[in-house]
Design a protein around this ligand. Structure first.
Ligand SMILES: Cc1cc2nc3c(=O)[nH]c(=O)nc-3n(C[C@H](O)[C@H](O)[C@H](O)COP(=O)(O)O)c2cc1C
Length: 203
């Protein structure tokens, strides 16, 4: 996309720029990881889903900016049924559980900017997100929280992430309704673009 001189200056401040065939495109020196947790099965407002709402957003982000992707997969899967999942999630929240996830991010130290994605569960991020945040050294790294939700938005999760990773630089996150992510591709696309543009990650 062509950009104005004013935006050029803003983008130059935010990251790198590439001049190609007379047009200027935003680029970045950031090494980006998109890490997310997302659940399939019976879900609020969207019925039985084969691909999680947050996963849809996470994949879009990674595609658009060419970031690496890491899916936070619980070692013990959550129940397929919505009510059963709520029972497990509420117990985990009450006990401040740290559910284990499978695998590991390869060479975590290489990343400078980490998008962390999750559904909102009981007004918070699922406990497994805190397992993830506590596993790695986020010192000096940028964190961009993003969530999908059934109406409550980010719901204070930015502050809780910041408390969990005090040495990280927390950037303003974004929230997309789960129903929109699941069933309105063009609106989801527009919202993701709008947010990536804020960071100068797309032109
Ligand atoms: C256990 C559980 C608790 C939830 N709690 C909330 C909530 O407090 N606020 C809200 O807006 N949505 C809540 N939701 C809805 C999810 O945040 C929403 O459907 C989300 O998009 C699901 O994302 P996923 O498909 O990536 O897992 C809850 C869903 C579940 C399963």
């Amino acid at each position: 996309m062509d950009i104005t001189r004013r935006n050029f200056i803003k983008l130059a401040a935010a990251g790198g720029l590439i001049l190609s065939a007379g047009k200027v495109f935003a680029a970045t020196n950031e090494k980006i990881l998109v890490a997310y947790f997302s659940r399939t099965g019976e879900e609020y407002g969207v019925g039985h889903i084969a691909k999680g709402n947050t996963e849809i957003v996470a994949e879009l982000i990674a595609q658009k900016i060419g970031g690496d992707i890491f899916k936070i997969e619980p070692v013990t899967p959550y129940p397929d049924g919505y009510e059963d999942c709520k029972t497990v999630a509420s117990r985990e929240k009450a006990t401040k559980a740290r559910p284990a996830f499978a695998g590991d991010v390869a060479d975590f130290a290489q990343y400078t900017m980490i998008f962390v994605g999750y559904p909102i569960w009981y007004g918070d991020a699922p406990q497994i997100i805190y397992t993830f945040l506590e596993r790695y050294d986020f010192g000096g790294k940028k964190i961009v929280p993003f969530c999908t939700h059934g109406g409550s938005g980010l719901s204070g999760t930015e502050q809780r992430i910041s408390l969990t990773c005090p040495a990280a630089q927390l950037l303003k996150g974004f929230a997309i309704s789960g129903r929109t992510a699941q069933s309105d591709r063009s609106q989801t696309d527009r919202l993701v673009d709008e947010n990536l543009r804020r960071f100068g990650l797309i032109g």
